[in-house]
Design a protein around this ligand. Sequence first.
Ligand SMILES: NC(=O)c1ccc[n+]([C@@H]2O[C@H](COP(=O)([O-])OP(=O)(O)OC[C@H]3O[C@@H](n4cnc5c(N)ncnc54)[C@H](OP(=O)(O)O)[C@@H]3O)[C@@H](O)[C@H]2O)c1
Ligand SMILES: *[C@@H]1O[C@H](CO)[C@@H](O)[C@H](O)[C@H]1NC(C)=O
Length: 319
Amino acid sequence: MFPLVIASVVVLAGVYVLLVETLFKSSQCKSSTGMSGKTVIITGGNTGIGKATATELARRGARVILACRNRQKADEAIEDIKRETGSCDVVYMQLDLASLQNIRNFAQTFLKTESRLDVLINNAGLVADGRTEDGFGIEFGVNHLGHFLLTCLLLDRLKEAPEARVVTLSSMAHRWGRIDFDRLAAHKDLGTGLYSWQFFHAYCNSKLCNTLFTHELAKRLKGTNVTCYSVHPGVVKTELSRHVSLWQMVIVDPISRLLFLDPKTGAQTTLHCVLQEGIEPLSGRYFTCCAPQEVAAHCKDDAVAKKLWDVSEMLCGLA
Ligand SMILES: NC(=O)c1ccc[n+]([C@@H]2O[C@H](COP(=O)([O-])OP(=O)(O)OC[C@H]3O[C@@H](n4cnc5c(N)ncnc54)[C@H](OP(=O)(O)O)[C@@H]3O)[C@@H](O)[C@H]2O)c1
Ligand SMILES: *[C@@H]1O[C@H](CO)[C@@H](O)[C@H](O)[C@H]1NC(C)=O
C-alpha cells in the first residue's frame, strides 16, 4: 500500500511539473525600454491580459488609451491603473469591435484628437455565440475583422511615428483553426454552426486569422518603420471563459485555479513585443513565452494570408 501511495504522489508531481513547464510555462519581459512621450491604444484594456498590459505601459510613462465598449468598466479600470502606477495619462475612448460603424467613429475621433500613435495592441477577444451588428459570426467579427478594420484605419498615423508596432493577440488555439472561404462567403462566418463545441472551433478559426493577418501585414509594412507581431499569452485566468456553459466551467475552474497564469504573467509576451529592442527583423512572426515560435505551414501560408486580407477588405468596405 505504502509504495503505491509514493508512486502516485511521484506521478502526480511529475505531471504537474510537466504541465507547468509546457502548457502553463511562464516567462518575463526583460526589456527596460521607457515609454514616455509615446501613445498606445489597447483594445479591451478594461480587464484580464489587456488591463495588466495597460498597467505596465502606464507605469513606463506611456499615454494609454483604453479602447473599450463599456464606459463604466473602463473608468473603473482606469482608476485602478492610475492608483497602482501613479500615472495620470490613461484615458477611455469608446470602441465596440462588433460594429464596423463604431470602429470608423472611433478611428475618426482618435485621428482628430490625438496627434501620434506608437503602438496599437489588438487585445480584445471573446469566446461566445452570436452575431455582430453587421451580421458576422461574433468571434470572426470581433477577434479578426474588427481589428483588421481598426488597424487599416490607423496605419497612416502609425507610419508617421519614428517607429511603431502593431501587436495582435492570437492564441495557441490558432493551430486548430481552418479558413473556409466558401463558408465565410455564404454565412459571414468561419464557424461550423453546430452545438457548443462550435464556440471553440470558431474561436480557433478567428485566432488563426490573427496570425495570418500579422503575417500579411508585415509584408505590407516592408520599407516603413512599423513592425507587427502576433502573440500567444499563455493560458491565463481571465474573464475569457465567461460565456462557456456551466458544465465546462465545472471542469475548467479547478484546473484554472491550480495551473493558469495570472494576468500580469499573461501580459509578458505582449509587453515583450511592444518593448523589446531589436526584434524588428522578426516582424510578422508569432511569439510565445517572450520568444518567436515556428507555426505550422498552414498558419503562414502566403496565398491564404493574402486572400484573407483581400476578403477582409471587401467585407469591411475598404476595397
Ligand atoms: N486567457 C487566455 O488563456 C488566453 C489564451 C490565448 C489567447 N488569449 C487572448 O488574449 C486576449 C485577451 O483575452 P483575456 O483572456 O484577457 O479575456 P477577457 O478577460 O475576457 O478580456 C477580453 C477583453 O475584450 C473586450 N471585448 C470583448 N468584446 C469586445 C467588443 N465587441 N468590443 C470591444 N472590446 C471587446 C472585453 O470587454 P468587456 O469587459 O466589455 O467584455 C475585455 O476587455 C484575447 O484576444 C484572447 O483571445 C487569451
Ligand atoms: C525610419 O526611421 C529612420 C530613422 O529613424 C528614418 O531615417 C527613415 O526616414 C524612416 N523611414 C520611413 C519610411 O519613415
